[in-house]
Design a protein around this ligand. Structure first.
Ligand code: PEP
Ligand code: MN
Length: 367
């Protein structure tokens, strides 16, 4: 097979570019049956197989290792589809390259570790192979970008991102929190890198895959990675989140992929609506600037009369009043709370500056 250029392939196919296959390769039969069913029933573009599995606790199934590689390679050849496997160290990379794997991916537990990423990058020097990089398990955009930089520095340029959600201490609806703003920021920072969403590892539950896959499509993600298994309930890893290739086909049929650009016939109306929004945003910013000038005046007044900036009772009243208006304004309490908190903090920053012109008054630890 000719060397695959993954970035170009993702651009060429109709959204979503689909990566699918079992969480883990478990037996020759499981690999072949799953792949055959995927190829016959879905629009899969790239197959995936877990050969070495990073498991949270010891004594779970940690993948079959090298003996499973030829099954994956042969299954891919049989249905004429490229294959991808997860690599976490030098030995994995060497085995995968030797076996003839088309695409490598780096898992979330590896992206967190710059030593491991550097080891993979060093092993790949001089090799022409596409690599997909999952986000690190912790919500750290810089660490994710760092992994791209390490591979780029090693000469690997055909890179793709996979968003698989972020670990969280408490039990939530999803296995991992999507934190959608992080992949959106990644797109801002690395606009040329295609981005694929992995609803399987975000949700951890097969019945929630569709809602996350739909959100990814609405946010214009380029593709999806969804785990599929010929017999999910018997899977040796991630049984709760895997679907059969037939269920995957149903999910894809329900998915509204939408277009990333607008049809020229409707463009005029679209621009008009965007302009109206822009005018409103201008007004919002004018109002915010006027409000902050008043904060400066109040800061002056408080300094002259030597009173504290924070007047808790007054602030509680303001917040309560706004929270009571959720229905009237059709705004969620969460948004009102956040919006008012941001305004309040900016106002405090203004007042701190007016009251203490000589000292650094930054108080938020988010900046
Ligand atoms: C996987 O894709 O099976 C996997 C281990 O994923 P992650 O690295 O996202 O946990
Ligand atoms: Mn998995």
């Amino acid at each position: 097979m000719q060397k695959l250029n993954l970035q170009e392939e993702i651009k060429r196919v109709k959204r979503p570019f689909l990566v699918s296959g079992p969480c883990s390769a478990e037996s020759e039969e499981q690999v072949f049956t799953t792949v055959q069913q995927l190829a016959e029933n879905t629009s899969v573009n790239l197959l995936r197989f877990g050969i070495w599995k990073p498991r949270t606790r010891p004594n779970s199934f940690e993948g079959l290792g090298d003996i499973a590689l030829p099954w994956a390679v042969e299954a891919g050849k049989k249905v004429k589809l490229p294959i991808s496997v997860e690599v976490a160290n030098k030995q994995h990379v060497e085995s995968a390259l030797k076996a003839g794997v088309d695409v490598l991916w780096i898992g979330a537990r590896t992206t967190v570790n710059p030593f491991a990423i550097q080891e993979i990058a060093d092993t790949l020097k001089g090799v022409n192979i596409p690599v997909m990089i999952k986000n690190p398990i912790n919500p750290d955009l810089e660490l994710w970008i760092g992994a791209f930089e390490r591979l780029e520095n090693a000469g690997i340029t055909d890179l793709t991102a996979i968003h698989r959600g972020f670990s969280y201490y408490k039990h939530t609806k999803y296995r991992n929190l999507p934190n959608w703003e992080i992949p959106i920021h990644l797109k801002e920072r690395l606009p040329k890198i295609p981005i694929i969403c992995d609803p399987s590892h975000i949700t951890g539950k097969s019945e929630l895959l569709l809602e996350v896959a739909q959100k990814a499509m609405d946010l214009n993600f380029d593709g999806l990675m969804i785990e599929a298994h010929c017999n999910p309930s018997q899977a040796w890893s991630d049984a709760r989140q895997q679907v059969t290739p037939f269920q995957l086909a149903e999910l894809l049929a329900e998915l509204n992929t939408r277009n990333s650009t607008i049809n020229a016939d409707f463009e005029g109306k679209f621009i008009e609506m965007r302009e109206k929004i822009s005018v409103l945003d201008d007004r919002l910013f004018d109002i915010l600037a006027t409000r902050m000038r008043l904060s400066d005046e109040i800061g002056d007044f408080k300094r002259e009369h030597s009173i504290t900036i924070l007047q808790q009772e007054h602030w509680n009243k303001i917040i309560d009043r706004r929270l009571a208006q959720t229905d009237e304004y059709q705004l969620t309490p969460k948004f009102i709370r956040r919006f008012m908190d941001e305004i309040h903090q900016e106002s405090i920053r203004h007042q701190l500056k007016v009251m203490n012109p000589k000292i650094d008054t930054e108080f938020s630890n988010e900046d």
